[in-house]
Structure formats: C-alpha cells, structure tokens
Design a binder for this molecule. Structure first.
Ligand code: NAP
Length: 244
C-alpha cells in the first residue's frame, strides 16, 4: 500500500490509533480524524517520528458538514483517499425499556450514519482510480447481540449489512469493502467496565485473554493490502473465539 492515502476515523486513540500506526508501518500516508485535535496531533507526531507521513484533521461524525469539510481538507492537502477505515464509534448503553430516544439516535448517527457519510466522500475517487479499500469496524455484538446495547448492536449489525451491500455495488470498480468484528479489546471503551463484568467476559473467551488494539489493526492492515484484493464482503472476527 506504499504511498496510498488511508483515512482513519477515531484515529486519536484505541483501535483507530493502532490502525493508523499499522497502516503507516505498511507504507500508507495516514489521515487521522476525530474530535480531539490535541490527541490527533500526538498520533500524527508519533507516525512522523517513526518516519511516516501523517495529517491530523478534526471531524465530528454526528455532523454531515463536519464530515464533508474534513474529507475535503484531507484530500486537498494530502491527496486522494484510497483506504477508508470507519473505526470511530460510541456506546450509550441501557436496557431497551429505559433507553432514551436521544441515546438511540446518537449511537446510530455516529456509528452507522457517520460511517455511511464518510463512505460517500470517497466513492467517486476510488471509482475513478479503480482501486479502493473500505474497512468498517463493526463488533462481535453486531453478530451475537448483547443485552443493554440494542442501539450499539443495531448500529454494528447495520454496518455488516452496509458492508455486504456496498461490496456488491463496488466490486466491478476494484473497490473492496469488508468489516472487522472485534471482541473485547483493551481500550478506553472497555476500561470503564467493572472487574466483575471483565471476569465474566474473560470466562467466555476461548483464547483466555482480552484482545489488544494491535490485534485488530493487524486484520485491518491485511484487508487494506494488495494481497487482500480478492476478499470483499467479508466479516473478519478478531475476538479470541468468543463468538463463532
Ligand atoms: P475508544 O477508545 O473509545 O475510541 C473511540 C474513537 O472514536 C476515539 O478516537 C474518538 O475520538 C472517536 N470518536 C468518538 N465519537 C466520535 C465522533 N462523534 N466523531 C469523530 N470521532 C469520534 O474506542 P475503541 O475501543 O478504540 O473502539 C474503536 C471502534 O471499535 C469503535 O467503533 C468500537 O465500537 C469498535 N469496537 C471496540 C471494541 C472494544 O472492545 N474496544 C469491541 C468491538 C468493537 P474523539 O473522542 O476525540 O472524537
């Protein structure tokens, strides 16, 4: 993927940061995008310190205007985007009975509609180039479901349907579209869980450890590579075997 431009949403920390570093190590020029500019600049500096090229851009996935502006600025200053990693995501957990509409909307808007709007910014360029890689970070709970996460699980299952549909639309243009479904990965998102919840989750993981952001990034780097050019519409689980 030498010289290709990769755009990673949620690239400021956790899985997105690991994807940005891994794609850079594989030769991509990387745009990291999220809301917190300070954190983005830290990741961009880390990439540059390792000899890579990076561009930090603020984006708020809950705003179409912000998404349009971020992609316009990144492709103007950094070049046409060949690899899109839709990684940013949020949770607002509650039982369905108690869930507020605002929490349903916020999660669907960021995780699913935000990803769709990002995709719309890159499709024409990828079609023109007759090359593209779109990788959507879904979740094991999009496959298995999870009590207390109807909004999050619906957004992540939605990303799988989007992935398979878009893969069919874009295949003739040599643009592949795949999803990665992480299991329990050690990041800010999971650090908030209680020791009891973590123990319970761990008991259900055959590989007997939580995943690392780098485990997911390795899968993303592969799907973004030239070697993965015959893989599309696939859902790749990175979950230690917790759901098969
Ligand atoms: P994280 O540590 O909470 O990081 C989330 C990232 O998304 C941050 O960079 C955050 O940056 C960005 N973000 C959040 N809301 C945003 C918005 N409205 N606009 C733009 N950027 C936004 O999460 P993570 O654990 O790395 O998860 C990354 C992805 O993997 C998510 O889609 C998550 O659902 C999925 N996943 C995670 C796990 C897990 O166990 N950790 C499991 C399955 C799936 P700012 O706050 O600066 O905007």
């Amino acid at each position: 993927m030498s010289g290709r431009v990769a755009f990673v949403t949620g690239g400021s920390r956790g899985i997105g940061r690991a994807c940005a570093l891994a794609l850079s190590a594989a030769g991509a020029r990387v745009v990291v995008a999220a809301r917190n500019r300070e954190k983005l600049e830290e990741v961009a500096a880390e990439i540059r310190a390792g000899g890579g090229e990076a561009f930090a851009v603020e984006i708020d996935l809950s705003s179409t205007d912000s998404i349009k502006a971020a992609f316009a600025s990144a492709s103007k200053d950094f070049g046409a985007i060949g690899i899109l990693v839709n990684n940013a995501g949020v949770t607002r957990d509650n039982l369905a009975l108690r869930m507020k509409r605002i929490d349903w909307d916020a999660v669907l808007e960021t995780n699913l509609t935000g990803a769709f709007t990002c995709i719309q910014q890159v499709l024409q360029g990828m079609m023109r180039e007759r090359w593209g890689r779109i990788i959507n970070i879904s979740s094991v709970v999009g496959e298995s479901g999870n009590a207390g996460q109807v909004n999050y699980a619906a957004s992540k299952a939605g990303l799988i349907g989007l992935t398979k549909s878009l893969a069919q639309e874009m295949a003739s243009r040599n643009v592949t579209v795949n999803a990665v479904t992480p299991g329990f990965i050690e990041t800010d998102m999971t650090n908030v869980l209680t020791p009891e919840v973590r123990e319970k989750v761990l008991a259900g993981i055959p590989l007997r450890r939580f995943g690392k952001a780098g485990d997911v990034a390795a899968a993303v780097r592969f799907l973004a590579s030239e070697e993965a050019g015959y893989i599309t519409g696939h859902v790749l689980s990175v979950n230690g075997g917790m759901y098969m």
